[in-house]
Design a protein around this ligand. Sequence first.
Ligand SMILES: [Zn+2]
Length: 283
Amino acid sequence: MPELPEVETVKRAIADHALGGEIKSVWQSGKTMRWPIPHDIEKQLTGLTILNLRRRGKYILMDCGNGQAARLTMIVHLGMSGSVRIYPKVMTPDRQKHDHLILTILGQRGEENTVVLNDPRRFGGVQITAFGEDDQHPLIHKMGVEPLGNAFSAVYMKTQFNGKTAPIKSALLDQRIIAGIGNIYASEALYLAGISPKRMAKAISLSRLEGLKDSVQQVLNQAIAAGGTSLRDHVQPGGEIGYFVQQLNVYGKDDQPCPQCQSPIKMIRQTGRASFYCPRCQR
Ligand SMILES: [Zn+2]
């Protein structure tokens, strides 16, 4: 499932190929994803210029308008299995099974790029909102702070976790508290911080939360930077965006030696989600 760094990588790739371009044509499958794709999306988007690409949590926000005046924001969620393919001008786009939205974009130098949203399980989706109102959109307005933004701090976590009985791993996944962290980076951040995923969120001291904040930002920034490193040639021959190779310490590594102490990494289930940790290094 794409988490914050993967969504950020996709956002940057789309920006690389589509920013400033004009949407020339729109095709949609007509299938219902998490929500129906707006039936008039073709009418709404065709002819508009892509003015900005932003990210909020795991959502990509594309601001479009006439000239420099933004009019609407397209909100894209990749869900569990969503992916984006980009065909730069030299590639011939091919339609594949589970493609749901295809935008043909005319670049400023007359080149054509094609952006395709594919989603086999259809847990992702596309919505359109008036420009400037995305903060109030039902998908976004209850979302917690951005973990790489200024509002994210140890004090913020302490306040949010206060009175909650959830273990820290579940609290990190709560999108109403912090936006964009998923299962992989929650496990990795807790490992770096030396905090057990089972520890009650409210029982963690402010100084340890200080360390956790740094760890969260470190794992996310590293993943984004790794994505950024390979961004120059992130579009693969089939149009797929190449995610970076994740440098993981614990996630998916049950029974393998901990990189620090060589003890076997343990896997447990917490509210149905797998957590990976080192029982010796994480307390
Ligand atoms: Zn260890």
